[in-house]
Write a protein that binds this ligand. Structure first.
Ligand code: MG
Length: 255
């Protein structure tokens, strides 16, 4: 049996060694051009992607702009004033002082944040743990306590408010931390005319709930969203809707 096994290994090993000895060039210059006309398939001269250090589930990646680290509201303002949400247990909590907007502006982005609706359930429908993430200050991904809380579907957690419900309801219980990972391609305008709509993918607690979904326009309440031309970048806004929703671990990467 042992001899048979040894023979088997040798026979198997020969093609493996032959394969490993082959050349593995890092690229080619004799392949067809890709549609952009700039780079060939497997082009040896195409620049390598920048090296970053990825996050580990809690720490942000090395190329992220940290918007809230649990301690400082410095990245945010509220109208013309400094942000004044309450700092509590490494989170910032809505307290009726107004919505927060980033001092910096963003266009295409990857945004990570964690939120928790109030542990004490006090109202229903849109009155329960309502907040929101407005991309470019205009396009809202709804934040709401949608755990056993019926409301209009295009206003539930992770909806494009007033436009598109999430594919599923992935909400955790009131008071529990939840994650949003948002991937956004900003709208493009040709003068005053819309060229391409804003498109968003939203991952809620690890589940894709909006899959490359186009925004119909800037978020409206009880009205149809429409586009109006605006600058290529805008602030991220967290909504103060009067409910003490908490946020933590907020970071963004410009794309
Ligand atoms: Mg809202």
């Amino acid at each position: 049996m042992r001899i048979a096994s040894a023979l088997f290994v040798v026979v198997l090993a020969v093609p493996v060694v032959a394969w490993a000895a082959q050349d593995h060039p890092v690229g080619y210059k004799d392949t067809p051009f890709l549609p952009d006309g700039k780079w060939r398939v497997h082009d040896i001269d195409r620049p390598a992607p920048p090296v970053i250090t990825p996050g580990d589930g809690t720490a942000p990646p090395s190329d992220a702009v940290v918007l809230f680290d649990g301690k400082s509201l410095a990245a945010w303002k509220s109208g013309d004033k400094d942000a004044a949400w309450t700092l509590v247990d490494g989170a910032m909590e809505v307290n009726g002082t107004g919505s927060l907007e980033t001092r910096e502006s963003f266009g295409d982005l990857q945004l990570h944040l964690e939120w928790a609706s109030p542990a004490k359930v006090e109202a229903e429908s849109q009155g329960r743990g309502n907040s929101g993430v407005f991309l470019m200050g205009r396009y809202e991904i709804q934040v709401l306590d949608s755990f056993e809380n019926r409301t209009y579907s295009d206003g539930s957690a992770a909806s494009l408010y007033g436009q598109k419900p999430p594919l599923v309801n992935a909400c955790r219980k009131p008071g529990e931390w939840q994650t949003y990972d948002i991937f956004f391609k900003a709208p493009r305008f040709d003068g005053e005319k819309l060229a391409t709509p804003g498109v968003v993918t939203v991952v809620h607690n690890g589940v894709v709930v909006q899959n490359a979904e186009p925004f119909l326009g800037a978020t409206q309440h009880r009205a149809l969203a429409t586009y109006a031309a605006h600058p290529a970048t805008g602030p991220i806004v967290l909504q103060d809707h009067g409910n003490p929703v908490r946020y933590r671990n907020v970071w963004v990467r410009k794309l």
